[in-house]
Design a protein around this ligand. Structure first.
Ligand code: DX5
Ligand code: ZN
Length: 228
Protein backbone atom coordinates (compact mmCIF):
# COMPACT_ATOMS: atom_id res chain seq x y z
CA UNK A 1 0.00 0.00 0.00
CA UNK A 2 2.22 2.78 -1.31
CA UNK A 3 1.47 5.88 -3.24
CA UNK A 4 3.60 7.32 -5.99
CA UNK A 5 5.66 10.49 -6.03
CA UNK A 6 3.39 13.25 -7.32
CA UNK A 7 4.65 13.42 -10.87
CA UNK A 8 2.18 15.93 -12.16
CA UNK A 9 3.57 19.40 -11.61
CA UNK A 10 1.84 21.80 -9.31
CA UNK A 11 1.60 22.79 -5.71
CA UNK A 12 1.24 20.27 -2.94
CA UNK A 13 0.75 20.88 0.75
CA UNK A 14 2.48 18.22 2.83
CA UNK A 15 0.97 18.10 6.31
CA UNK A 16 3.61 17.36 8.96
CA UNK A 17 2.48 14.85 11.52
CA UNK A 18 4.82 16.32 14.12
CA UNK A 19 2.06 18.75 15.10
CA UNK A 20 -0.57 16.03 15.45
CA UNK A 21 -1.86 14.53 18.66
CA UNK A 22 0.37 11.46 18.97
CA UNK A 23 -2.33 9.53 20.81
CA UNK A 24 -4.53 9.84 17.69
CA UNK A 25 -2.05 9.52 14.84
CA UNK A 26 -4.07 7.24 12.57
CA UNK A 27 -7.14 9.42 12.96
CA UNK A 28 -5.15 12.52 11.99
CA UNK A 29 -3.64 10.75 9.00
CA UNK A 30 -7.10 9.73 7.77
CA UNK A 31 -8.41 13.27 8.14
CA UNK A 32 -5.81 14.85 5.84
CA UNK A 33 -5.85 11.95 3.41
CA UNK A 34 -9.61 12.22 3.02
CA UNK A 35 -9.21 15.96 2.57
CA UNK A 36 -7.07 15.23 -0.49
CA UNK A 37 -3.49 15.51 0.79
CA UNK A 38 -1.20 13.33 -1.32
CA UNK A 39 1.99 13.78 0.66
CA UNK A 40 2.48 13.15 4.37
CA UNK A 41 5.59 14.71 5.89
CA UNK A 42 7.16 12.57 8.60
CA UNK A 43 9.78 14.20 10.83
CA UNK A 44 12.32 11.80 12.25
CA UNK A 45 14.65 13.29 14.90
CA UNK A 46 17.48 11.53 16.67
CA UNK A 47 18.52 13.86 19.48
CA UNK A 48 21.98 14.17 17.88
CA UNK A 49 21.67 16.11 14.65
CA UNK A 50 18.82 18.02 16.24
CA UNK A 51 18.14 18.65 19.93
CA UNK A 52 14.88 16.72 19.97
CA UNK A 53 13.61 13.16 19.56
CA UNK A 54 10.39 12.49 17.67
CA UNK A 55 9.53 9.06 16.26
CA UNK A 56 11.11 6.41 14.09
CA UNK A 57 10.70 3.15 12.21
CA UNK A 58 7.90 1.47 14.24
CA UNK A 59 5.55 4.46 13.93
CA UNK A 60 6.11 4.69 10.18
CA UNK A 61 5.53 0.95 9.85
CA UNK A 62 2.23 1.22 11.69
CA UNK A 63 1.08 4.26 9.74
CA UNK A 64 1.88 2.51 6.46
CA UNK A 65 -1.02 0.14 7.14
CA UNK A 66 -3.32 3.14 7.57
CA UNK A 67 -2.59 5.28 4.54
CA UNK A 68 -1.79 5.40 0.85
CA UNK A 69 -0.33 8.87 1.00
CA UNK A 70 3.22 9.39 -0.23
CA UNK A 71 5.42 9.14 2.87
CA UNK A 72 7.87 12.04 2.62
CA UNK A 73 10.28 11.13 5.39
CA UNK A 74 12.50 13.91 6.68
CA UNK A 75 15.49 12.35 8.39
CA UNK A 76 16.93 14.79 10.88
CA UNK A 77 19.43 12.19 11.96
CA UNK A 78 23.20 11.97 12.09
CA UNK A 79 23.57 8.71 10.12
CA UNK A 80 20.94 8.53 7.40
CA UNK A 81 22.77 5.85 5.42
CA UNK A 82 22.82 3.52 8.39
CA UNK A 83 19.05 3.59 8.88
CA UNK A 84 17.84 4.03 5.30
CA UNK A 85 16.97 0.40 4.76
CA UNK A 86 14.91 0.15 7.95
CA UNK A 87 12.87 3.23 7.06
CA UNK A 88 12.26 2.07 3.50
CA UNK A 89 11.24 -1.41 4.65
CA UNK A 90 8.84 0.25 7.09
CA UNK A 91 7.17 2.06 4.20
CA UNK A 92 8.90 5.38 3.65
CA UNK A 93 8.52 6.39 -0.01
CA UNK A 94 11.14 9.13 0.02
CA UNK A 95 14.03 9.75 2.40
CA UNK A 96 15.34 13.27 2.73
CA UNK A 97 18.70 13.57 4.47
CA UNK A 98 20.66 16.65 5.47
CA UNK A 99 23.78 17.76 3.63
CA UNK A 100 25.18 18.91 6.99
CA UNK A 101 25.62 15.29 8.17
CA UNK A 102 27.48 13.81 5.26
CA UNK A 103 30.69 14.25 3.29
CA UNK A 104 29.48 11.86 0.60
CA UNK A 105 25.95 12.85 -0.32
CA UNK A 106 26.08 11.13 -3.71
CA UNK A 107 26.81 7.81 -2.01
CA UNK A 108 23.92 8.21 0.45
CA UNK A 109 21.59 9.21 -2.39
CA UNK A 110 22.63 6.20 -4.45
CA UNK A 111 22.17 3.90 -1.46
CA UNK A 112 18.63 5.17 -0.84
CA UNK A 113 17.75 4.85 -4.53
CA UNK A 114 19.16 1.33 -4.72
CA UNK A 115 16.73 0.38 -1.95
CA UNK A 116 13.80 1.51 -4.09
CA UNK A 117 12.94 4.86 -2.54
CA UNK A 118 13.00 8.42 -3.82
CA UNK A 119 15.68 10.76 -2.50
CA UNK A 120 15.65 14.23 -1.03
CA UNK A 121 18.47 16.50 0.13
CA UNK A 122 17.95 19.22 2.71
CA UNK A 123 19.78 22.38 3.71
CA UNK A 124 19.58 24.19 7.02
CA UNK A 125 18.82 27.93 7.10
CA UNK A 126 22.53 28.82 7.13
CA UNK A 127 23.71 26.31 4.50
CA UNK A 128 24.27 27.77 1.03
CA UNK A 129 22.89 26.30 -2.17
CA UNK A 130 26.47 25.69 -3.33
CA UNK A 131 26.77 22.94 -0.69
CA UNK A 132 24.30 20.74 -2.58
CA UNK A 133 25.02 21.78 -6.14
CA UNK A 134 26.79 18.53 -7.08
CA UNK A 135 24.16 16.23 -5.61
CA UNK A 136 21.13 18.00 -7.09
CA UNK A 137 21.12 15.84 -10.26
CA UNK A 138 20.90 12.74 -8.04
CA UNK A 139 17.80 13.70 -6.07
CA UNK A 140 14.04 13.90 -6.58
CA UNK A 141 13.48 16.70 -4.11
CA UNK A 142 15.37 19.56 -2.52
CA UNK A 143 14.19 20.67 0.92
CA UNK A 144 14.99 24.16 2.12
CA UNK A 145 14.57 24.53 5.87
CA UNK A 146 12.82 27.76 6.79
CA UNK A 147 13.30 27.16 10.53
CA UNK A 148 16.07 25.48 12.46
CA UNK A 149 15.26 21.78 12.36
CA UNK A 150 14.16 20.18 15.61
CA UNK A 151 10.84 21.70 16.55
CA UNK A 152 7.49 22.57 15.06
CA UNK A 153 5.77 25.89 15.64
CA UNK A 154 8.75 28.18 15.02
CA UNK A 155 8.69 31.43 13.07
CA UNK A 156 9.39 31.43 9.36
CA UNK A 157 12.89 32.64 8.41
CA UNK A 158 12.18 34.67 5.29
CA UNK A 159 15.86 35.05 4.36
CA UNK A 160 15.82 31.49 3.02
CA UNK A 161 13.53 32.55 0.18
CA UNK A 162 16.61 33.81 -1.63
CA UNK A 163 17.86 30.23 -1.70
CA UNK A 164 14.50 28.94 -2.94
CA UNK A 165 14.66 31.41 -5.81
CA UNK A 166 18.26 30.43 -6.50
CA UNK A 167 17.40 26.73 -6.57
CA UNK A 168 14.35 26.93 -8.80
CA UNK A 169 16.21 27.31 -12.13
CA UNK A 170 18.66 24.57 -11.12
CA UNK A 171 15.91 21.95 -10.87
CA UNK A 172 14.22 19.93 -13.59
CA UNK A 173 10.46 20.01 -13.83
CA UNK A 174 10.16 16.59 -12.18
CA UNK A 175 12.29 17.58 -9.19
CA UNK A 176 10.31 19.06 -6.32
CA UNK A 177 11.34 22.12 -4.33
CA UNK A 178 10.10 21.80 -0.78
CA UNK A 179 10.10 24.30 2.04
CA UNK A 180 9.65 23.32 5.67
CA UNK A 181 9.04 25.34 8.80
CA UNK A 182 6.75 28.18 9.76
CA UNK A 183 4.51 27.78 6.71
CA UNK A 184 1.09 29.29 7.46
CA UNK A 185 -1.45 31.44 5.59
CA UNK A 186 0.74 34.52 6.05
CA UNK A 187 3.99 32.97 4.75
CA UNK A 188 2.90 30.41 2.15
CA UNK A 189 2.36 33.00 -0.58
CA UNK A 190 5.93 34.25 -0.43
CA UNK A 191 7.28 30.70 -0.45
CA UNK A 192 5.28 29.86 -3.57
CA UNK A 193 6.23 33.13 -5.24
CA UNK A 194 9.90 32.31 -4.64
CA UNK A 195 9.46 28.95 -6.40
CA UNK A 196 8.57 26.36 -3.76
CA UNK A 197 6.05 23.76 -4.98
CA UNK A 198 5.89 21.47 -1.95
CA UNK A 199 4.89 23.22 1.25
CA UNK A 200 5.26 21.45 4.57
CA UNK A 201 2.85 22.60 7.24
CA UNK A 202 2.60 21.21 10.74
CA UNK A 203 1.10 23.67 13.22
CA UNK A 204 -0.87 25.39 10.46
CA UNK A 205 -2.74 22.12 9.81
CA UNK A 206 -2.73 19.78 12.80
CA UNK A 207 -2.38 22.59 15.30
CA UNK A 208 -5.70 24.04 14.15
CA UNK A 209 -9.13 23.18 15.51
CA UNK A 210 -10.27 22.16 12.02
CA UNK A 211 -7.30 20.65 10.12
CA UNK A 212 -9.33 20.19 6.93
CA UNK A 213 -10.41 23.83 6.81
CA UNK A 214 -6.83 24.83 7.62
CA UNK A 215 -5.48 22.73 4.76
CA UNK A 216 -7.98 24.25 2.32
CA UNK A 217 -7.03 27.73 3.48
CA UNK A 218 -3.36 27.04 2.83
CA UNK A 219 -4.17 25.64 -0.61
CA UNK A 220 -6.14 28.76 -1.47
CA UNK A 221 -3.40 31.11 -0.32
CA UNK A 222 -0.79 29.13 -2.23
CA UNK A 223 -2.84 29.04 -5.43
CA UNK A 224 -3.71 32.71 -5.29
CA UNK A 225 -0.04 33.58 -4.94
CA UNK A 226 0.65 31.74 -8.21
CA UNK A 227 -2.11 33.61 -10.01
CA UNK A 228 -0.69 36.96 -9.07
C1 DX5 B 1 11.05 20.97 11.96
C2 DX5 B 1 10.37 19.98 11.07
C3 DX5 B 1 9.16 20.52 10.40
C4 DX5 B 1 8.05 20.87 11.35
C5 DX5 B 1 7.26 21.99 10.74
O1 DX5 B 1 12.24 20.45 12.37
O2 DX5 B 1 11.24 19.54 10.07
O3 DX5 B 1 8.68 19.62 9.41
O4 DX5 B 1 7.19 19.79 11.59
O5 DX5 B 1 6.40 22.46 11.70
P1 DX5 B 1 5.66 23.86 11.55
O6 DX5 B 1 4.89 23.81 10.28
O7 DX5 B 1 4.83 23.92 12.77
O8 DX5 B 1 6.74 24.92 11.51
ZN1 ZN C 1 10.33 18.39 8.38
Amino acid sequence: MKSTFPDSPGLRIAPSLLAADFSRLAEHVHVVEQAGAEILHLDVMDGHFVPNISFGVPIIKSLRTQSEMFFDTHLMIAEPGRYAEAFIKAGADLLTFHIEVTQEPEKVAEHIRSLGAKVGISINPDTPVSAIQDVIPEVDLVLVMSVWPGFGGQSFISDVLTKVAQLKPLLKQEQRLEIDGGIDPTTIGAAVAAGADTLVAGSAVFGQPDPVAALKKLEQHAASSLER
